[in-house]
Ligand binder design. Structure first.
Ligand code: ADP
Ligand code: MG
Length: 264
């Protein structure tokens, strides 16, 4: 091996890759007396320093990004962190897997569309809503997850402190608002009015995900008022994806499997 190749090897061993890549042109410059050796070495080492500074900067940006994502996820207040990968589609064959996986692309967020998951307890409504929410938070969009009854309590509290408008404005701004468990408890007229105001403020501006165990035909009963229920549904359903999950509960699948086994 000649000295030139030995030099290249040394630069490689020392991880001076910028110097290795540029040394050839500098040797030409020196041979042609366009640059002297000191200037050449100075510039070559400068190239190496620039690269290291850039790498350090990117490293810091990566760390900041990671921190921001963690903060967004914490802020969102998910009940648990479940992903699309953890969802067993074979257990819920009524679902169109491609349609659900497309939510991961967040096109519905861009299009300001809503998603409504309808189904009995344990079928994976909250799991899927959370998986979508996590994806949204990871993509740097504001995301907020709230249980419907907690939301009603928050709104009523804001109202009693004369801060309902302020609260509604904040809630309307989130790029994605997930209202979980609509319909598990009856909703009084005051709460229904507040929910209508919130949905109306978000209408065609930001996406909302709803999970509910109540078919829409029962929402009049749930809200104790057909007109307000229809007004809310009207805005939610215009530009929306309705996902009905008709399968069995994932929570009780093992218990049910056990009972059926024990009968045999
Ligand atoms: P609900 O429809 O009542 O909101 P969840 O989404 O909370 O039900 O599901 C109940 C539990 O079962 C959660 O721990 C969830 O992760 C799990 N689960 C539900 N469906 C599935 C599924 N198809 N694959 C994997 N886990 C599931
Ligand atoms: Mg749930």
């Amino acid at each position: 091996m000649n000295n030139y190749n030995k030099l290249l090897n040394n630069l490689e061993t020392l991880k001076l890759l910028k110097m290795r890549d540029n040394i050839d042109s500098y040797i030409d410059l020196i041979n042609n007396k366009k640059k002297d050796i000191i200037e050449s070495l100075y510039e070559l080492t400068n190239l190496e320093i620039e690269l290291r500074n850039e790498k350090a900067m990117y490293g810091e940006i990566e760390i900041l990004n990671e921190k921001r994502i963690q903060h967004s996820i914490q802020f969102a207040g998910f009940p648990y962190q479940k992903t699309f990968e953890e969802f067993d589609f074979s257990f819920q064959p009524c679902l169109n897997k491609a349609q659900i996986l497309d939510f991961k692309n967040l096109r519905f967020i861009e299009n300001k569309e809503n998603i409504l998951f309808v189904g009995s307890p344990g079928v994976g409504k909250t799991h899927l809503a959370t998986a979508i929410g996590l994806e949204n938070a990871k993509n740097n969009h504001t995301t907020y997850f709230i249980n419907c009854n907690d939301l009603i309590e928050t709104l009523k509290k804001a109202h009693s402190h004369n801060r309902l408008d302020e609260k509604l404005k904040t809630l309307a701004k989130y790029r994605l608002l997930i209202i979980d468990e609509v319909g598990y408890l009856p909703i009084d007229l005051e709460a229904a009015n507040m929910l209508f105001q919130l949905i109306n403020k978000r209408y065609e501006k930001n996406s909302t995900i709803i999970t509910t165990n109540k078919p829409f035909s029962k929402w009049g009963e749930l809200f104790g008022d057909n007109m307000i229920a229809n007004a809310i549904l009207d805005r939610l359903l215009h530009h929306s994806h309705v996902i009905s999950i008709t399968g069995k509960s994932y929570r009780t699948k093992d218990i049910l499997a056990d009972t059926s086994n024990s009968k045999e």
